[in-house]
Ligand binder design. Structure first.
Ligand code: DAT
Ligand code: MG
Length: 132
């Protein structure tokens, strides 16, 4: 059984759509096997978003991701890494089709509601980073 790391971002909590998003994950048939609400800091974001540190939007990304609590989850299922990326929709909200989480809720590229690991290898790294 494959595992992925999913994180509901501060905008999802503030906009009160975490129930809707969790419901979509469960409706798809995936299992949430761990879940916690917590706050991120700049140090862990520099690890988690190390591929983006040099981008001009990185300070805005850190400000947003530390603006309120997030919900981290381990989600299990067959091919769940790619399956969750499909359920989420692409990074850029303008490219996300209706029916996807970002397509239905996002109207900003920074504030796009949900994180999902992009490979099985990164899923294992992220699960270790956030759940130890
Ligand atoms: P994803 O979250 O789809 O895996 P990513 O890893 O490339 O995308 O980027 C991480 C987050 O950084 C993304 O969810 C939102 C933000 N981001 C990425 N590209 C951006 C851009 N061009 N402008 C503003 N924020 C961006
Ligand atoms: Mg990513």
């Amino acid at each position: 059984m494959e595992r992925t790391y999913i994180m509901l971002k501060p905008d999802a909590v503030k906009r009160k759509v975490i129930g809707n998003i969790i419901s979509r994950i469960e409706s798809k048939g995936y299992s949430i096997t761990s879940m916690k609400m917590f706050n991120l800091d700049e140090a862990i974001l520099k690890d988690h978003y190390s591929h983006l540190i040099d981008k001009p939007f990185f300070p805005d990304l850190v400000a947003f991701m530390t603006s309120g609590p997030v919900i981290g989850m381990i989600v299990e299922g067959d091919d769940v890494v790619v399956g969750m990326r499909n359920l989420m929709g692409p990074t850029k909200w303008v490219e996300a089709m209706p029916g996807t989480i970002r397509g239905d809720f996002a109207n900003s590229t920074t504030e796009n509601l949900i994180h999902g690991s992009d490979s099985v290898e990164n899923a294992n790294i992220e699960i270790k980073r956030f759940f130890g």
